[in-house]
Write a protein that binds this ligand. Sequence first.
Ligand SMILES: [Zn+2]
Length: 224
Amino acid sequence: MQPSGESITVCTVYENKRIAKDTISGRADLIYDVELEKKSDEYKKILESVPDWKDLEKILVSVESDACCFQILKKSKFLSVNQVGDILKIYSGKILLREAVIDKLERIAEQLYYETGLRLDVVYGYRPIKRQVDLFKQEMDKHVDKIPDENERKSFIHKIKFAVPEVVGHPIGAAVDVQIVKDEILIDFGTKIWDFVDVLTFSLFINEVAKSNRLLLRKYMMAE
Ligand SMILES: [Zn+2]
């Protein structure tokens, strides 16, 4: 198969399905601490209900896909752009995404704004595949004592922090990290984005307001 053919397959698979899948898990948005997993059996049950990386379709990330059709996400009346995290300096705050993903985000943001007066805040998009592989490996190494079985460790890290590189969305410009702001102030999600504390959408350890705000974000993201 030609590399360009692989990239086209990637676009089609991802743009149709992945935003919804990632939002179901909440993995991309709100995150966690290994100790929490041990706090209750109920939490474990929720963690088990999160789709495993093996259930997601494989994405063929290639060097070619890096060059494929990315655009810079622009802020608007409905949507703000405030990049956080590891690549802020590399891209000077610019968030790169596939055009179809940008279109979806714009529709979600407009709907959200008109129905609630709240604004979608996009904080992360494209990440180079090499960076993803490095981050995933670091996390694998960090938890080797607590979860010695490699497969179990891989699934666990995928669910609570960084996606397994074989199915990851950021390096093909097709995954986003998002939150919601009101008058430029973050609404209560129980944690801040990139806190990496308590990732699961249906967490038991957040208050009722935070729970309903997570569900609000989920509802709008799932609509596209
Ligand atoms: Zn993410």
